[in-house]
Ligand binder design. Structure first.
Ligand code: FA5
Length: 339
């Protein structure tokens, strides 16, 4: 047995010099290490070896197998290196060739407006708060002075999930939640996605609002007006004029709708503003004392003002986008145009 093994060792060593490529290496491996190979063949005869000789024979088998395996691995490395060198020598990279250039990405028009509005508010002391998109009827309506079955609910065509659960139709729901946990004075904004059963060029079923709420002693309509004017001028330019029209919201009293001069025609009247020179952007007003009380705030001591933008509308106005839906189609041609 020992002689047989020594013979295998000698043959393996002698034949290695004849291994000149991957194919002969594969055949070599099969011949010495394969299932029908020389070493396996010897191992099958182990039964005939006396128990005292077995450890010696076993050790020799292992030694020969290890030696063949490392010789095979070394040859494999040698062939791979040779292949790589051949490839490197034959290929040529022309580093003087002009590059295709890198296209720069850009923020979505909506994200740009979001950032501008949020930054402008944070700079004057507003804190950003968040709330759930799947909301309780209570926070979206009841806590905002819109009881169940009240006709004011028709102002927003809402997606209900169940009697008490809905997709929030306005970010005012966050204001209703925040009042319960914050102690006045405070200034918060809540930007986020909202949902209504609307769809045309200026209405999308999913859109974005940014609600602002300021609660303090002695806040007034004049504060609301000056704050919104400064915010709109930061967004649309210093020459922007605001128009406040009396309106109705169940959660504010008095309520206003606010228009800004059309940035396309600067108030002259054009297709975008339908000839009026103004564009409607947001609702606002002095928070109804009933809403403050429902939020746990003493309405005798504190007053509040609130406003709610359509962020998508701001983006449309700012970038002259004719159809709100183009902002959600992810058409790369539109997005490139908006860069
Ligand atoms: C509200 O949603 C009130 N919560 C705003 C408010 C807040 C008033 C605080 C008073 C105090 P309104 O339904 O008007 O109001 O919506 C506000 C803005 O959202 C609109 O001016 C408009 O810019 C935008 N908007 C409304 N519906 C859609 C829609 N389907 N698609 C895109 N924008 C919309």
């Amino acid at each position: 047995m020992i002689e047989k093994l020594q013979k295998i060792k000698e043959n393996a060593s002698a034949e290695l010099s004849g291994v000149s490529d991957k194919a002969t290496l594969a055949a070599y491996k099969v011949k010495f290490l394969g299932k029908q190979g020389a070493l396996t063949e010897v191992l099958r005869g182990m039964r005939e070896v006396s128990p005292e000789d077995r450890p010696k024979v076993g050790a020799l088998v292992n030694e020969i197998r290890d030696a063949i395996e490392s010789a095979v691995a070394a040859k494999e490395r040698e062939f791979e290196r040779a292949e790589l060198e051949k490839e490197l020598a034959s290929s040529f990279i022309d580093i003087s060739e002009p590059s295709k250039g890198h296209e720069k990405g850009a923020l979505h028009p909506l994200s740009r407006v979001y950032e501008t509005l949020i930054d402008a508010c944070v700079n004057i002391g507003f804190k950003v708060v968040d709330g759930p998109e799947v909301e309780l009827d209570y926070y979206n309506f009841e806590a905002l002075n819109v009881p169940k079955n009240h006709p004011a609910r028709d102002m927003q065509d809402t997606f209900f999930i169940s009697d008490n659960l809905l997709l929030r139709s306005q970010t005012s729901s966050v204001q209703a939640r925040a009042m319960k946990s914050l102690t006045p004075p405070f200034k918060i904004i809540s930007p986020g996605r909202v949902y209504r059963n609307d769809s045309d060029a200026t209405h999308s079923p999913v859109f974005h609002q940014m609600e602002g709420l300021v609660v303090d002693e002695n806040v007034s309509m004049a504060d609301l007006k000056s704050m919104l004017t400064s915010l709109m001028r930061k967004t649309f330019g210093e020459n922007t004029e605001l128009r406040f029209r009396p309106s109705f919201f169940p959660f504010t009293e008095p309520s206003v709708e606010v228009d800004v001069t059309c940035p396309t025609c600067h108030g002259e009247g054009c297709r975008i503003c339908k000839g009026t020179g103004f564009l409607e952007l947001l609702g606002a007003g002095i928070v109804n004392p009933k809403v403050l009380e429902m939020g746990g705030i003493d309405s005798k001591k504190y007053r509040g003002f609130a406003f709610g933008f359509g962020v998508d509308r701001v983006a449309m106005v700012k970038d002259g986008i004719g159809d709100i839906r183009s902002m959600f189609r992810n058409d790369i041609r539109f997005l490139k145009q908006m860069k």
